[in-house]
Ligand binder design. Structure first.
Ligand code: HEM
Ligand SMILES: *[C@@H]1O[C@H](CO)[C@@H](O)[C@H](O)[C@H]1NC(C)=O
Ligand SMILES: *[C@@H]1O[C@H](CO)[C@@H](O)[C@H](O)[C@H]1NC(C)=O
Ligand SMILES: *[C@@H]1O[C@H](CO)[C@@H](O)[C@H](O)[C@H]1NC(C)=O
Ligand SMILES: *[C@@H]1O[C@H](CO)[C@@H](O)[C@H](O)[C@H]1NC(C)=O
Ligand SMILES: *[C@@H]1O[C@H](CO)[C@@H](O)[C@H](O)[C@H]1NC(C)=O
Length: 326
């Protein structure tokens, strides 16, 4: 009896130590003492500017996703190439926009408290604030992330799912980040806003298996429309298409309704129907309320925002988000 209690005690102790060392360091209001106005500066800037450029919200949440999936949420996505090609140069990247927006917030925050607030926190906060400003979900962003000093194109290609990823690949890449199938379905739900270049999916319309064929998992009526009015040939690398047509700035259930109609734009969207668990989740979210989707989405993106974060004495606070301090 005594043995068993001791054993339980040690188990709890070990669990506590593990918990503390893995994700206890981010905290809500981390800058309350060191830079009390920091989070408000970000929120004010976002609210002032997103009204005139609502499409930036999509760019910023996607930037947050790409950042977190490569070396953790450490703003490595913002680094310029030096002697090695940076993550930002990985294809398809033409709609990874908003670098300038982040730079402008960073300079306001630096003017208030030099060298205190990380670029990684600015990405996480501005993604949340911009989605909220467009009327979408709101989630908690504990802060205290520190910035990385390495950005590598190869690692971006290895870790960020491609539009042609199948279900197995998606599941693996998400699992590598500690995210499960429910997170995959919820976070993919961000494709309810934003745009894509034709090049990210035109193989589905024109040359799916190299025989000049179409992807049978894409609704043929929709494919015909895209070919007639949007992506007129396989080489079109300039036309943009809304991921959720008609409501590209509205964070609604439109993505799930597209997916069940076999109108998800990417193979990765269609792939959610190829697994019984994710297929059921897509239907469940579509049939549930918007509030339920927002609440569940918030939980998943809070999880995403904690991926392999650098805290305490790890990493640095970069002075300029595109450059390593010298
Ligand atoms: C599940 C795997 C995913 C794949 C394969 C994928 C792929 C893509 C691709 C190919 C584009 C268009 C890029 C272009 O044409 O330049 C895109 C856009 C977008 N993605 Fe994803 N994505 C995934 C997950 C996510 C996640 C987790 C989020 C955020 C939580 C997200 C948010 C967005 C947004 C908002 C856009 C529109 C960007 C804009 O308008 O600038 N995606 N995605
Ligand atoms: C980073 O690269 C971009 C594009 O090449 C360039 O416009 C920008 O000035 C660079 N930033 C810095 C701080 O060097
Ligand atoms: C996007 O990727 C292409 C191909 O890898 C690269 O040539 C281009 O410079 C990248 N764009 C940006 C904005 O970094
Ligand atoms: C999924 O894609 C990966 C990588 O391209 C491939 O190795 C695998 O065979 C594919 N799986 C299925 C079930 O098609
Ligand atoms: C379709 O793909 C095949 C194999 O990759 C290629 O030989 C062919 O030229 C492509 N056709 C078009 C129209 O791009
Ligand atoms: C787009 O396609 C045109 C013609 O095929 C090509 O000259 C150009 O380099 C391409 N642009 C990009 C960004 O890939």
């Amino acid at each position: 009896m005594k043995m068993r209690n001791q054993c339980n005690y040690f188990k709890v102790l070990i669990l506590c130590i593990l918990a503390a060392s893995t994700h206890a360091q981010l905290e809500l209001g981390f800058y309350t003492k060191s830079c009390p106005k920091a989070e408000q500066i970000v929120a004010n800037f976002v609210h002032e500017h997103i009204r005139n450029a609502p499409s930036l919200a999509a760019a910023l949440i996607r930037m947050h996703f790409h950042d977190c999936f490569v070396r953790g949420c450490d703003a490595s996505v913002l680094l310029n190439s030096t002697n090695q090609q940076a993550e930002k140069n990985a294809p398809p990247n033409l709609t990874v926009r908003g670098f300038d927006f982040i730079d402008r917030i960073k300079s306001l925050v630096e003017a208030e408290c030099p060298g205190v607030v990380s670029c990684a926190d600015i990405i996480a906060l501005s993604a949340r604030d911009s989605i909220a400003a467009t009327g979408g979900p709101y989630w908690k962003v504990p802060t205290g992330r520190r910035d990385g000093v390495v950005s590598n194109l190869l690692e971006a290609n290895q870790n960020i799912p491609a539009p042609f990823s199948n279900f197995t690949t998606l599941q693996t890449l998400f699992a590598n980040q500690g995210l499960d199938m429910k997170d995959l379905v919820l976070l993919s739900g961000a494709h309810t806003i934003g745009i894509s270049l034709c090049t990210s999916f035109s193989n589905r319309l024109y040359n799916f298996t190299g025989k000049g064929d179409q992807d049978p998992s894409l609704d043929s009526e929709y494919a015909k429309n895209l070919k007639t009015f949007k992506c007129k040939n396989i080489n079109d690398n300039t036309t943009i298409v809304e991921l959720d047509p008609g409501s590209r700035n509205t964070f609604d259930l439109g993505y799930y309704s597209q997916v069940v109609k076999r109108r998800g734009l990417f193979e990765s969207d269609s792939a959610l129907l190829t697994n019984s668990v994710t297929k059921a989740l897509v239907t469940q979210f579509l049939q549930g309320s918007l509030e339920n989707f927002y609440a569940e989405f918030a939980k998943s993106i809070e999880k995403m925002g904690q991926i392999k974060v650098k805290t305490g004495s790890q990493g640095v606070i970069r002075k300029h988000c595109a450059l390593v301090n010298n």
